[in-house]
Structure formats: C-alpha cells, structure tokens
Design a protein around this ligand. Sequence first.
Ligand code: F6R
Length: 241
Amino acid sequence: AEIIVARDKAAAGEIVADHIAELVRSNPETVLGVATGSTPLPVYEALGARADAGLDFSQVRAYALDEYVGLPVEHPESYRSVITKEFVERVGADPSRVHVPDGSLDRIETAGERYESLLAESGGVDLQILGIGTTGHIGFNEPGSSFGSLTRVKTLTEQTRIDNARFFDSLDQVPIHCVTQGLGTILRARHLVLLAFGAGKAEALAASVEGPVSSSMPGSAIQLHQHVTVVVDEEAAARLE
Ligand code: F6R
C-alpha cells in the first residue's frame, strides 16, 4: 500500500478530496464508496469546498458501506441520515444516485442480496473510502469475518457499540445489528483509500497494514488488494514500522 502521513486531518481530507475531484472531472458518473463515522468528515468537508467552487457532483453515484438494523431511516444517526447530511447535502449529489443498505426489519432477509444487485448495476466502485474500527473492522466486518463475505447482517461487537455510543444518548440505544458490505464486496472496489486518525487507531492500523493477513484482523484484507492508499495522521501512524 502507498502510505501518506498527513500533517493533520484537514490536510488528509484535502489529499483525498484532490484525488476524488480528479476522478469526478474525468468521469462525472464516478462511483464512490462512502463511509460514515467521524473519520471521513474532513474528506466530505474538502469535497464540499470543491463543490462550492464549481465541481459538479450531480451525476456522481455513491454507495455507503453499512447501515444499522432497526433504526428508522429518519433517525439522525441512521447511516442514511448521516450520508445525506455529511456528503449528499455538502456536495450537492443527487439523492436518487446515492445508496445505503436497507436496515429496515421487515425486509431484512433480502437486504444483503438487494444491495449486492445495486452494486452490480453500478459497474463497480471506483474509489472506496474506508475508516477502521478499534477492533480492526472495516465496514462493520468485525474480527472473524470471511475475506470472501458479501453484504449481509452482522452483529456489532460490544467494543464497537461502546465506540459508537458517542453518537447516541446511551449505550443501550446503539443498535446491535447492522447490514454491511462484506470484505469480499469491499475488495472489489478499484481503489481503496483507508483513513485513520488518532492514537486509538494506531494498533489496528499497523496490524492491518503490516501484520499477518488474518480474518481476526479484518483490516488486513486490504493487503489482498492491488491498489490501496492509506492516509493517516502522525498519531495513527505511530505503530507503523
Ligand atoms: C463506517 C464504517 C466503520 C467506521 C469505523 C471507524 O461506515 O463502516 O468501519 O469507519 O467504525 O469509525 P470512526 O470513523 O467514527 O472512528
């Protein structure tokens, strides 16, 4: 993987946004893989500035990595809501071209295969933005996930629920299940861009980039991909050799 240690989050956001802007200029219908959580926010902010300066995102297609199961889509912390607020509204994307897995309980049995069909229709993700969990998850593929896995329902680990409780009023409000792209789904994207900021990510990042390729460290799946860029700050890079 190519590893870029940026001065800070904002600089990292600019680096990734520059790359995405280039893709969008050369192909207005670029397919972006978008992540939620805190990590990609500097990228979306930097993309918003480029949109304000005239870059046209109206034809761009985007696919989110994951969604909570059983949280109403209108809930402010549903990943549909988060992607709408943090990405779609900032860059002026067309909501009908932006897809998020369907976490509604009444159709959950088919959520994985329906999302895989949508992804297949897209012709494939050109650039996938990834964050990493302290457990080493990418998407919500917690340790033990198969490298061949496709979009499916998974159970969040207790640690991930604790990590994400900051977005909710209390831990018991954090959903227990999610629908997530599998590691196999993620590995099909043409370019993976993994971002990590802060000391809390240093261990999982080093294990993913340099450790053994093992399903006990889902992030290590990136070592199976030919085109990976890792963009981190000094703190997250601290454990790299
Ligand atoms: C988000 C996702 C997760 C997060 C990870 C890091 O769609 O799939 O893998 O990227 O949990 O979360 P933050 O960025 O909030 O530290």
